[in-house]
Design a protein around this ligand. Structure first.
Ligand code: URA
Length: 457
């Protein structure tokens, strides 16, 4: 990278609280991507941004620079027969427990005429990762060639895969340095990191699911709302109309958490073996927002009612399930996964109920601790190099307000051993508060707390 000013002078300007120009930000991000900025300089820059923040224009410039630091996927202007005939849509979540929205939403949007090239991540801390869940499916290849990805997005309408080295390379280096320099929790750095990767997929519209509550990445409702608003604003100013939903994560979204068990839940929802529930409601609301967006290549629905009706029809007809099956088979998984999930998904040797220490109603949950119980079982990682046991997890997790007693457990634990099951049981009992209250004595959180829509300028 050729710098017009010395990089240390740019870092100094940020250190002293000045706003950086888009050109300066472009040069700094270029220097992060090509290595011409040293680790020390990147760390110092991250700390200067962490301490002094960035204004909206700087955050947009940083997001665009991260997006453009590598390949930006193009889906149009490719020539006759190659252009996708519908909008390119995607969703991102700040992460949670039992949050398998992507597994259902991707194929559901594809069944409605959208195209979903979804680049997903692995579990982080107490939260599960879509890629880890998909790797519970034998043979599923999360790293297809670029050509295979293109073909699959065209033919199945959806491909959920991992990040490649070519997409937003500046983020990979910056994130690794933030991780070890105490600069992760910075709004402009978080927003540009999340959006830089997503917008590199060449989207027409994005929907963002920002969680709040005891299992959320942000510590308070106010911080979650600020993140949701900033993401919607910055993505839209960077040219991608974005709607952010603020949704509740004060209990697991699905009644299960783990890898294979969440894939099984997705299959049950797609096949309409299960109806209703918080997971379906959040997924349906996020999906409806996407059908209403997608300005460039035309909206897939003209009103919210029309969007919901289309979604309900495509779920009930089996079209969404069929797209999921096509994606799985197209990426090397079994062609009969939906017909015979029990044949293909790994199962834990020990499955047993965990009862609360007393009878009563669930009044509060430490959702983060529930997620950590899954990590302890081996369903998540303690260190990046750890292998995952896809078979372990929790099912039948009681919801806030549910009555539990000697018959109805807090959850069923799926574990590799009796000792692991016992450890997870203790963690669950500590994480789920049970009290002697009447049903109306439990305050149920609002599931969808806010919807923030922003059109591209
Ligand atoms: N997820 C990301 O991709 N980046 C962040 O900075 C935080 C969460």
């Amino acid at each position: 990278m050729t710098f017009r000013a010395l990089p240390q002078e740019l870092i100094r300007a940020k250190r002293d609280g000045q706003a950086l120009s888009p050109e300066a930000i472009g040069e700094l991000v270029g220097g992060i991507a090509d290595g011409s900025l040293s680790d020390a300089q990147v760390g110092a820059l991250a700390m200067a941004i962490f301490l002094n923040g960035m204004n909206a224009a700087e955050t947009v410039a940083l997001t665009e620079a991260v997006r453009d630091s590598g390949e930006v996927l193009a889906w149009r202007g490719l020539g006759e027969g190659l252009d996708l005939p519908g909008p390119v849509l995607d969703k991102h979540s700040t992460g949670g427990v039992g949050d398998l929205v992507s597994l259902v939403l991707g194929p559901w949007i594809a069944a409605c005429g959208g195209y979903v090239p979804m680049v997903s991540g692995r579990g982080l801390g107490h939260t599960g990762g879509t890629l880890d869940k998909l790797e519970a499916i034998p043979g599923y290849d999360i790293a297809p060639t670029r050509q295979r990805l293109r073909t699959l997005v065209r033919e199945a309408g959806v491909a959920i895969v991992g990040q490649t080295a070519e997409l937003a390379p500046a983020d990979r280096r910056l994130y690794a340095i933030r991780d070890v320099t105490a600069t992760v929790e910075s709004l402009p750095l978080i927003v540009s990191s999340i959006l830089g990767k997503k917008l590199a997929c060449g989207l027409d519209a994005l929907v963002m699911d920002v969680k709040s509550g005891s299992g959320a990445f942000m510590p308070t409702l106010e911080k979650s709302r600020e993140l949701a608003q900033t993401i919607a604003e910055v993505a839209s100013r960077a040219g991608t109309p974005t709607t952010a939903l603020l949704t509740d994560m004060s209990q697991p979204l699905a009644p299960c958490a783990g890898n294979a068990v969440e894939v099984r839940e997705a299959i049950d929802l797609l096949l309409c073996n299960k109806r209703g529930g918080r997971l379906l409601e959040v997924t349906r609301t996020l999906a409806a927002e996407l059908l209403l967006a997608g300005k460039l290549a035309g909206k897939l629905a003209e009103s919210r009612d029309a969007a919901l009706a289309l979604l309900d029809e495509r779920l009930a007809s089996g079209a969404a399930a069929e797209r999921f099956a096509r994606m799985v088979a197209g990426l090397g998984g079994p062609a009969d996964l939906l017909e015979r999930p029990e044949r293909h998904l790994p199962r834990a040797p020990v499955v047993r109920p965990v009862h609360a220490a007393r009878s009563g109603r669930v009044t509060r949950m430490d959702t983060r601790a529930v997620g950590l119980a899954v990590v302890t079982l081996g369903g998540g990682r303690r260190a990046p190099s750890d292998a995952i046991d896809h078979s372990v997890g929790l099912t039948g997790i009681a919801a806030l307000g549910d009555a539990v007693d000697g018959e109805r457990p807090l959850a069923w634990v799926h574990a590799a051993s009796e000792a692991d099951a016992e450890r997870a049981a203790s963690q669950l009992r500590a994480a789920i508060e049970v009290n002697d209250v009447a049903p109306e004595g439990v305050v149920l959180p609002t599931l969808i707390q806010d919807v923030i829509r922003r059109e591209a300028p």
